[in-house]
Write a protein that binds this ligand. Structure first.
Ligand code: GLC
Length: 429
């Protein structure tokens, strides 16, 4: 009897200790400051952001970082952000922002120079710091940079007797046709060239690359004149329209980064235009492309030179955040050398810190960072600085016009002439 009582009291004490520690832990959790970062989840992006968030938490035991996932397409992501920013909402503290947005969204973000960013800013590519500086305010820290690249199947180039990737669009057309005809015998789903032809920001990037590589300009020039209505631009858009259904699937006019990546990784395309993040993913062992592809600069037009559009993402702090200092600290940490290195090695996200292009681990994981360094530092910017707050409207007019030619709804000459007037209208208002 006595011993039973003893056992029961021991059990009771144990239970009380356990219950108290659970309550204690929960309280500790509650006492943590919670901040939220909104970012992309293209490929393994989300996983890497979560990993970096855990790294920050380790250094800040009283902080919990929530990662908020956002739509893949840049245009959709901005639409979502605006719902928060326009209502001065504080839910999201740190936003992952596209390189084309600072001009449009600057008013909603804090000046990171006021939070110590100027001490680290000079490690980053100067052009991106400049891009993110609006009226003297650094509204976003560079996180990773992007440039359009040509992915190609090394095994297939070999098989069909080509020793080099195509240097011009004409060469690409010829090679794509030959490889496609050969591979179709065994694989009816095989296509020569895939790219991003859906009506969205990604098409603006693709089409600007075709046009600029053929000396057709950047839609708007540095003096803010609309230059898109020129012969080279019209010819180049016609060139791409001819690819549809010939070397590119008819559905290319609905393809985006992720869907084109999946076609390529499944072994169903000889060539693909995409951003660097695909390199790590297409190298994974379970992919048909593992060990069988490489990257090269995009082909040049007959009248011009290879051109890669500047893409990339940055971290901005919400002006309405309840924790501006902590949020700025998180943005600076996430864009630091340590985190950029991890993201480069594991996800082939291009650093914005020049030193990392000489880091052995980074180069081992991504030999092309070294080989194509010139491509990454000589990118063609979209006209976001020239169009300022009107950039999205200009880009949308542009990709809609190009899309209508790709789908055969309009003739390039008409679509471009009409586009010129449309953009002039937007810029005049
Ligand atoms: C990539 C680029 C970004 C661009 C987008 C278009 O995410 O980094 O700058 O706007 O693609 O789809």
């Amino acid at each position: 009897m006595k011993s039973l009582r003893l056992i029961l009291s021991v059990l009771l004490v144990l239970f009380l200790v356990f219950a108290l520690s659970v309550v204690g832990l929960a309280q500790e959790e509650n006492e943590k400051t919670e901040i939220t970062i909104a970012g992309g989840s293209v490929g393994i992006e989300l996983e890497l952001t979560k990993k970096a968030a855990r790294m920050f938490e380790e250094e800040h035991p009283n902080v919990k970082v929530d990662v908020y996932t956002t739509p893949d397409l840049s245009d959709d992501r901005k639409g979502l952000y605006l719902q928060y920013l326009e209502t001065k909402d504080s839910t999201i503290d740190v936003f992952q922002v596209d390189v084309i947005w600072p001009g449009e969204l600057a008013d909603h973000f804090l000046d990171l120079n006021e939070f110590g960013a100027q001490e680290v800013a000079d490690k980053h590519f100067e052009s991106i710091i400049q891009n993110n500086t609006v009226d003297g305010r650094l509204v976003a820290m560079p996180w990773f940079t992007d440039a359009g690249l040509l992915y190609y199947r090394t095994d297939l180039l070999n098989k069909y007797g080509y020793s080099e990737p195509p240097a011009t669009w004409t060469e690409l057309e010829e090679m794509a046709k030959t490889i496609q005809a050969g591979e179709r015998e065994e694989n009816p789903d095989f296509w020569g060239y895939v790219w991003q032809g859906n009506a969205y920001e990604g098409l603006t990037c693709n089409a600007l690359e075709w046009i600029y590589s053929n000396n057709g300009g950047r839609i708007i020039n540095e003096d803010k004149e609309v230059t898109i209505n020129n012969k080279n631009a019209v010819e180049t858009i016609n060139m791409a329209a001819d690819w549809v259904g010939e070397i590119s699937p008819p559905g290319v006019t609905g393809l985006v980064e992720e869907s084109s990546r999946k076609m390529f990784e499944a072994g169903n395309a000889a060539f693909m235009r995409n951003w660097p993040y695909v390199y790590a993913l297409a190298s994974e062992e379970d992919k048909a492309t593992a060990g069988k592809f490489d990257v090269a600069p995009l082909p040049a037009g007959e009248n011009g030179s290879s051109s890669a559009v500047l893409g990339g993402w940055n971290l901005a702090v919400n002006k309405y955040s309840e924790y501006p200092e902590l949020a700025a600290e998180l943005a600076i940490f996430m864009t630091s050398e340590k985190v950029q290195k991890m993201r480069a090695v594991e996800g082939s996200f291009n650093p914005t810190i020049a030193d990392l292009y000489e880091d052995q681990d980074v180069l081992e994981a991504n030999p092309f960072f070294g080989d194509l360094y010139q491509v990454f530092t000589n990118t063609v910017p979209r006209p976001s600085a020239e169009a300022g707050e009107d950039y999205s409207a200009v880009s949308e007019r542009f990709f809609q016009a190009v899309h209508s030619v790709l789908t055969g709804e309009s003739r390039a000459e008409d679509a471009i002439a009409y586009l010129e007037l449309g953009i002039e209208d937007i810029l005049e208002d």
